[in-house]
Design a protein around this ligand. Structure first.
Ligand SMILES: [Zn+2]
Length: 174
């Protein structure tokens, strides 16, 4: 995904949240800069894969230099809920993450999902420039949020993902 000519925002705060009943939750990503708040719709699986991708990128970069420490991964739940207006700009399709060596920021690029009239050529894109710390907290919170909607395994008390490999059953699926 090319990042040329993509409008970008210096992010002051970024979070995800879910609205609705369990099983029918709609997931949102919200980022704020000095002037505005931008909201997007995501699928639950995108929230989960974003969390994994952030963690992977942070650990990859950290092999060379320290950009986050353990407490960056902590979050304060009160500050993690999205705020009105919840007026989504678009539904997210492809996402990209890149570390910028120069200013030690991580850029999250969101592209509108391709559907109907929306093609790879005209899909809207935006780039969110975040600090490593903002994304570390986001990754922990995202995983917590995704897991809340899941039933708890009666054997190991962990939330059950689609292919739950239960440690109490030697990694066998239920
Ligand atoms: Zn289990």
């Amino acid at each position: 995904m090319s990042e040329q000519n993509v409008p970008f925002y210096h992010v002051n705060a970024i979070t995800v949240d879910a609205i609705g009943e369990p099983g029918q939750r709609v997931f949102f990503l919200q980022a704020k800069d000095e002037n505005q708040s931008l909201t997007f719709i995501l699928e639950k699986v995108q929230v989960e894969s974003l969390s994994v991708a952030i963690t992977r990128l942070l650990s990859e970069v950290s092999k060379k230099k320290t950009i986050v420490d353990e407490k960056d991964f902590e979050f304060n739940e009160e500050g993690m809920h999205i705020q009105p207006p919840v007026d989504p700009l678009f539904r997210v399709g492809e996402m990209g993450l890149a570390f910028e060596e120069d200013d030690q920021k991580i850029v999250l690029v969101l592209q509108e999902v391709l559907f109907g009239e929306v093609t790879a050529e005209n899909a809207r894109k935006i780039a969110l420039r975040c600090t490593p710390g903002q994304l570390a907290a986001l990754s922990t919170w995202s995983m917590e949020l995704v897991n809340r909607g899941r039933p708890i395994c009666p054997y190991c008390n962990e939330p059950m993902a689609k292919d739950h490999l239960c440690p109490k059953k030697n990694g066998h699926k239920h």
